[in-house]
Design a protein around this ligand. Structure first.
Ligand code: GTP
Length: 304
């Protein structure tokens, strides 16, 4: 029998690192900003996929790993579990650190998690445009014995230095396999998920310090109105405290209006149609500690 995959490689890659080390910048550079939206698919396990890079002879599928950090509450525990399961199921882990910051507790904690999985790990030292080459050597020295890394690759995700070489190295480590996704598909986040993320992003961005990450967005409804040629989105922003509700709503609703306006513009661009966005705010005390509610909000353990 002829092996249809002969010569073609494909695999799943997880990018892990502390916040701000440049994971999104890297993904955007590799995949591009554009998000190809698929039809209204049910939200399944697939929302883990962050981006798909299709090359002539390979397909690299980047998987989202929920932030690894020390768990402080149930959501943290849950995320850790999900993250660790993700590590086991991928072909390669990219452990990204910033050349600007030294080895610290955060890195140590992540490295510990690698001990329990056999997946190969690349150490990616990002932001090399910010440091002198001498410092880079010191960083490599500091890390090289902490784990048996398959490769240590310095890059600048922002300026693109060495990114192509890294992609080649990733490709080399991929097993032979089929093209899982059509070539023009760069992400398979279902629409609803991206829409909720866009609203969450605007709300977090506009309220910054005042409303920490204790905020979830649930899409209650997303329907196309054929007659008016628009999509009606109804979403609820869930916060933990009354005070946070007040902040999100703002004086005479000004904040909520601004969140809605910004999110609507992005959603319109995403869907390529006019959008009527209806936003509600609800307080659900201590939601992060309530697993049953976590499930309602779309964090489904069995999907990972
Ligand atoms: N100078 C420089 N800055 C970079 C580089 N990569 C990322 N940055 C900057 O670092 C900041 C954080 O980058 P992100 O890509 O958002 O980092 P992240 O790891 O995705 O962060 P989280 O989403 O919080 O986990 C941004 O201001 C980027 O512009 C780089 O190679 N060089």
């Amino acid at each position: 029998m002829v092996n249809e995959n002969q010569g073609h490689k494909s695999g799943f890659i997880s990018i892990i690192g502390r916040p701000n080390v440049g994971k999104s910048t890297f993904l955007n550079r590799v995949i591009g900003q554009k998000i190809a939206i698929m039809s209204d698919k049910p939200q399944t396990t697939r929302n883990k996929v962050q981006g798909v890079l299709t090359l002539e002879d390979a397909q690299l599928i980047f998987i989202d790993t929920p932030g690894i950090h020390k768990p402080k509450h149930k959501l943290g525990d849950f995320m850790m579990k999900v993250a660790q399961n993700t590590l086991k199921g991928v072909d390669l882990i990219l452990f990204m650190v910033s050349a600007e910051e030294g080895y610290g507790k955060g890195e140590e904690f992540i490295l510990e998690k690698f001990q329990s999985v056999k997946t190969p790990v690349f150490l990616i030292i990002n932001k090399i445009d910010k440091v002198h080459p001498d410092k880079l050597l010191k960083i490599i020295d500091e890390y090289k014995d902490k784990h048996s890394f398959e490769e240590i690759v310095p890059i600048s995700a922002l300026e693109g230095n060495n990114v192509d070489r890294l992609l080649d190295q990733i490709k080399e480590h991929m097993p032979e396999g089929p093209q899982f996704y059509p070539a023009d598909q760069i992400t398979d986040h279902p629409e609803r998920f991206i829409v909720s993320e866009l609203i969450r992003e605007k709300a977090l961005h506009l309220t910054r310090e005042e409303v920490p990450h204790s905020l979830a967005v649930v899409i209650e409804k997303m329907e196309r109105d054929g007659q008016k040629d628009l999509v009606h989105v109804m979403a609820t922003i869930i916060v933990e405290r009354d005070s946070q509700k007040g902040i999100i709503i703002g004086k005479q609703g000004a904040m909520l209006k601004e969140v809605g306006k910004r999110a609507r513009l992005d959603i319109e661009q995403l869907l390529g149609t006019k959008v009527f966005l209806e936003l509600w705010v609800k307080v659900q005390k201590d939601w992060r500690n309530k697993m049953s509610q976590l499930r309602d909000f779309g964090f489904r353990e069995d999907e990972y």
